[in-house]
Write a protein that binds this ligand. Sequence first.
Ligand code: ZN
Length: 81
Amino acid sequence: MPTFDFSCRACAHGFELLVRSGDVPHCPACASADVDKLFSVPLLKTSGTHDRAMQAAKRRDKAQGTERMVEQAKYEASHDD
Ligand SMILES: [Zn+2]
């Protein structure tokens, strides 16, 4: 099952979590539920992944909707299990 990367808006902690439908993710560092879901590409998990994910999240915030669906499609296409 896929896990998702999150970034906490309250404390900026980044974390990865397996989220089932209906679950509300909470930050493991401060327990805040105010977190951003990031669409990272598992194959590109390097030291720069977090920065890339943050940039993607910022772009997503500016262009909610279509781009978000594109990112989701890319993620699912690259996650072949
Ligand atoms: Zn937090």
